[in-house]
Design a protein around this ligand. Structure first.
Ligand SMILES: Nc1ncnc2c1ncn2[C@@H]1O[C@H](COP(=O)(O)OP(=O)(O)OP(=O)(O)O)[C@@H](O)[C@H]1O
Ligand SMILES: [Mg+2]
Length: 269
C-alpha cells in the first residue's frame, strides 16, 4: 500500500501557487528525504498531508484516506520550535503533553499514558534528558525529545520538518541515524525535510525534491542529477560527487550548502 499519494495536486497559499499539478506516491515503510530551496513548499506539502492545507486541485490520499487534521496515525515535528527552546517545562512533561491527540496543556496521565511516554523516551534514549527543563538542553538534545513527542500515539507516518536545523554535523548524523533505526524498528513511513542531501545519504530510501512548483521523487541517483535539478531550480545545475559527498552547484556556488548558511545567518541575526 502507498502511505501518501498526490494526484495532480495544486497547493496554493493566498494568491501564490506553491505546487502545480504534482503527482507522486510514497510507499509504506519508506524513509523519504524532502529537499528543495527555501520557499519550495516543503513545509506546505507536509501541512497538506496533515490536512491543514487543502489542495486547490487534485487529490491527496494519506494511509488510504483523505487527509484529516488530528489524525493520530501521523506524528508531526513542526519546523518552528521556539516554544520548545524557551520553556522551563521538564522534557517528560513536554512529551506527555502530546498524549491524547496532540492536545496542548498538561494532561494527568493514567498508567497507559505514562507507559507510552516512558516507551517513547526510551526509544530515543532520552530518559535522563527528560528530567531537565527544555530550556537547559542543547539543540541536539531537544531534538531527541521532540522526536519522542512525535512518536506519541504510535504513528504509522512521521513528518519531521527540518529536524537538523541548528545542529552541528555530528549531531545531524546522530539524529538521522536515530530516525532511520526508529523507522525500521517500528516499520513506519518517514518524511524528513532538510536543506542538504549529505547528512541523509545512506539512510534514506528515496528523495522528494521540490522546486519551481514541481516535484521529483526517486532514488538519490535518479533525482540528484544535473538535468533533474536544472528543471527544479530553473537554471543550469551541476552535481559533483566528491569523497562520498554530493555538491549541488550552480555557477561555482554550492546551492544546498549556501541555503544552510543562510539559515544559520538568520538564526544568529
Ligand atoms: N499565507 C501565505 N500566503 C502566501 N504565501 C505564503 C504564505 N505562507 C507561506 N507562503 C509562501 O509559500 C512558499 C512555500 O513556503 P514553505 O514554508 O512551504 O517553504 P519551505 O520549502 O518549507 O521553505 P524553507 O526551506 O524556508 O522551510 C514560500 O514562498 C512562502 O513565502
Ligand atoms: Mg519549511
Amino acid at each position: 500500500m502507498n502511505a501518501i499519494e498526490f494526484t495532480d495536486v495544486t497547493l496554493a497559499l493566498g494568491n501564490r501557487t506553491i505546487l502545480q499539478d504534482v503527482s507522486f506516491a510514497i510507499r509504506e515503510r519508506e524513509f523519504i528525504g524532502v529537499l528543495g530551496p527555501n520557499g519550495a513548499g516543503k513545509t506546505t506539502a507536509l501541512r497538506a498531508v496533515l490536512g491543514l492545507v487543502a489542495p486547490r486541485h487534485g487529490r491527496i490520499v494519506v494511509l488510504g484516506r483523505p487527509p484529516l487534521p488530528g489524525n493520530p496515525a501521523i506524528g508531526y515535528l513542526p519546523q518552528v520550535q521556539s516554544q520548545a527552546a524557551g520553556t522551563r517545562l521538564r522534557g517528560r512533561d513536554f512529551v506527555a503533553a502530546s498524549y491524547h491527540g496532540h492536545r496542548p496543556g498538561l494532561p494527568l496521565l493514567g498508567a497507559a499514558g505514562r507507559r507510552e511516554v516512558a516507551a517513547a523516551l526510551e526509544r530515543v534514549g532520552a530518559e535522563d534528558l527528560a528530567r531537565r527543563p527544555l530550556s537547559e538542553l542543547s539543540g541536539g538534545e531537544r531534538q531527541r525529545l521532540l522526536l519522542a513527542q512525535a512518536l506519541i500515539g504510535r504513528p504509522r507516518l512521521l513528518l519531521l520538518d527540518e529536524p537538523l536545523i541548528s545542529l552541528d554535523p555530528r549531531h545531524q548524523t546522530a539524529v538521522v541515524a536515530l530516525t532511520r533505526s526508529l523507522q525500521q524498528e517500528l516499520g513506519i513511513t518517514v518524511l524528513f525535510t532538510a536543506h542538504e542531501i549529505n547528512p541523509l545519504l545512506g539512510a534514506i530510501d528515496r528523495v522528494l525534491y521540490l522546486g519551481l512548483r514541481q516535484a521529483a521523487l526517486g532514488t538519490v541517483a535518479e533525482v540528484i542529477t544535473g538535468p533533474a535539478l536544472s528543471r527544479l531550480y530553473g537554471m543550469a545545475i551541476d552535481v559533483v560527487n566528491l569523497n562520498g559527498r554530493i555538491f549541488v552547484m550552480s555557477d561555482g556556488h554550492d546551492l544546498e550548502g549556501s541555503a544552510h548558511r543562510h539559515d544559520e545567518a538568520h538564526r544568529h541575526a
